[in-house]
Design a protein around this ligand. Structure first.
Ligand code: PSU
Ligand code: MN
Length: 308
């Protein structure tokens, strides 16, 4: 028998909202387990769920717990994700085995998109996307987030791409894969901690309604890809590019010296940047996720209204 959400276990609240066509916002969990230190990570996760609610949508944080993909978590679940060292980083290719082994898994942007789509959730809020890593011509390190964006029609609200990645090549891959990339209120593609990356916005939008209208058009066209909405960090929270780029260069150097590769690269770099900035990067990261949660909720509200 099929259940709402397919293979995903939904909370009653999320299932009801989806069944009634009310706005739902998916949230990822790798940012909690592998993107921020404890206890700031669990405080951020709870706060962001509150922001989504205040803005008229139902939050659905996504993860795999005891091998079960879930959308909608309790405070205890979030605490576990934030603090239990056995929680793995689960991208799309890790999902089958995490389920088979009844493991706990924090889902990346890619895995969260896939599970959100299966659950019927169209809008997803995160901090930063994975992308083409610097030195990818040698390492071949390109995040599965980009593969998933090519294949799964979910709108991902983020603060752009940080310069641990090759921003230009990341934008090229998104273009090749037919992924619409819209920047909210700017002609410059944002670089996560900074409002400007030096790369032009592939396109500019001014409102949540405009994004919802583009989502509806993409659906009518039968586009298989996701949409990226890049929301520049608020001016008062940004870290100037020159300042953060020096820190990132040092973190990349430390990464090389330690010989870290594969799925550990992004978590290592994020942790190292927090250390090297004495927590200033964490403060900026939390501020931009809050900002994205407000925009993503407004998009989900506009999208739900348009769908009626
Ligand atoms: N960038 C961030 N914070 C994060 C991540 C990326 O600023 O927490 C996480 C996201 O879950 C993203 C994942 O999907 O890292 C990408 O990992 P990889 O580069 O291994 O694909
Ligand atoms: Mn990688």
């Amino acid at each position: 028998m099929s259940t709402p959400g397919g293979p995903i276990r939904l909370t009653e609240e999320v299932a009801t909202a989806l069944a009634e066509g009310r706005p739902v916002v998916a949230l990822e969990s790798t940012i909690i387990s592998h993107g921020m230190p404890y206890p700031d990570n669990v405080a951020m996760a709870l706060e962001v769920e509150g922001i989504v609610r205040e803005n008229g949508a139902v939050p659905a944080t996504i993860a795999v717990l005891h091998g079960v993909p879930r959308a909608g978590l309790t405070a205890e679940d979030l605490e576990l994700l934030a603090s239990d060292p056995t929680v793995g980083k689960v991208s799309v290719r890790d999902l089958p085995l995490a389920i088979a082994q009844e493991a706990h898994g924090a889902t990346t942007v890619a895995a969260t998109m896939r599970l959100a789509a299966l659950a019927g959730i169209d809008v997803f809020v995160t901090g930063g996307l994975g992308g083409v890593h610097q030195g990818a011509s040698e390492s071949f390190d390109i995040s599965a987030d980009l593969t998933e964006l090519a294949a799964t029609p979910v709108t991902v609200v983020c603060a752009g791409v940080k310069s641990i990645l090759d921003i230009g090549l990341t934008l090229e891959v998104l273009e090749t894969n037919g992924v619409p990339v819209m920047v909210m209120g700017s002609y410059d593609f944002p670089a996560f901690y900074s409002r400007e990356s030096g790369f032009s916005a592939p396109s500019r939008v001014e409102s949540a309604d405009e994004v919802a209208t583009a989502m509806a058009a993409a659906r009518r066209l039968g586009l298989s890809s996701g949409l990226v909405v890049a929301n520049p960090i608020p001016v008062e929270d940004e870290i100037p590019a020159a300042e953060i780029d020096a820190v990132i260069a040092r973190a990349l150097n430390d990464l090389d010296e330690r010989g870290i590769s594969g799925k550990d690269v992004t978590p290592y770099l994020l942790g190292r940047i927090v250390e090297l900035t004495d927590g200033a990067s964490l403060t900026a990261n939390i501020a931009l996720v809050r900002h994205n949660a407000r925009l993503g909720s407004a998009i989900a509200v506009a999208h739900a209204a348009a769908d009626r």
